[in-house]
Design a protein. Sequence first.
Length: 322
Amino acid sequence: MKRIINFFLSGTYGDYIMATGALPPLKYCGYQIRVIGVQPYIALLENHPLIDHLVVVPEETAADPIAMCAYADNLLGETGKYFGTNDYWTWSKAPDLIESHTHIVDTYCERLKVPVNRELSIHIPDDIQEWGKQFSDYVLVQAQSFSSPYKQWPIPYWQQLCSRIQSELGLKVMQIGAASDRSIPGLEKVDSPTLKHAIAAIKYARLFIGLDSVFNHATQAIKKPSIILWQSTDPLILGYEQNLNIVNGVEWKPYMKKSAPMLRCQPCYISIWDFYEGTVCDHMMPKEELTESGSSIYLPACQLGNSVDAVFKHVVQFLGQQ
């Protein structure tokens, strides 16, 4: 009898990429893998060599994963075992998982009762890979993370960092992300036809500097060591050791867990999950230099912890090690 897994994915692009860590051990354990999800996110997993069937369900019905797995069973004529990535990640249990210090990729594997694997993967066609090679001389930076404003780094900081990379290191810099992303003044944006094109550009770029977002997980999938700036979320459960993870200007390592260089209020996940609905940051700090007039504006302490000088120093060291 076939061992079939209906692997129902929820969330957005980054969640879909993290789920690929479970694919090799599922194959190792003899499973036929059906991945079930919604557009546009599931398109990122098209032509994945470890996925036997990719089943797209209507977004309006995706709130009922059991029914959608039954749909897949009927569509393919065979019944599979159900697993949903959102089952363990209920809003009521999320604080417990945060405190467990368990990486989300590990949690998927443990709940599936298969060996833990953090090697993520996506399939990028050859023609898209060739397109990405045109950015081999560029430093690509990402200024927008959609799930929470507290995951951002101030745009004036991005502008200063990119200016220093260009003037002091003599490197070309472009911004990468969605067309609707916050713009860094004076920086050209990469015109990516699809998300896979953007990931291919990152793969071949001289350096990628980003945030906790889809590209953080994509760097792991394409084995591209990068620099990731952390603000309100936690590299312990969402980061990868191949990357230079910067928290409050310091290189964060897994053995640090939530000790230094974390602030006492980090991570907070405010505005990301429903159980924090209505909560606002109570660790706001004034930063006069961010306004042309010199008047004070207030930003979360975690956003101000990564100074331009500290990040630039890490960029210089990182490039020197390549």
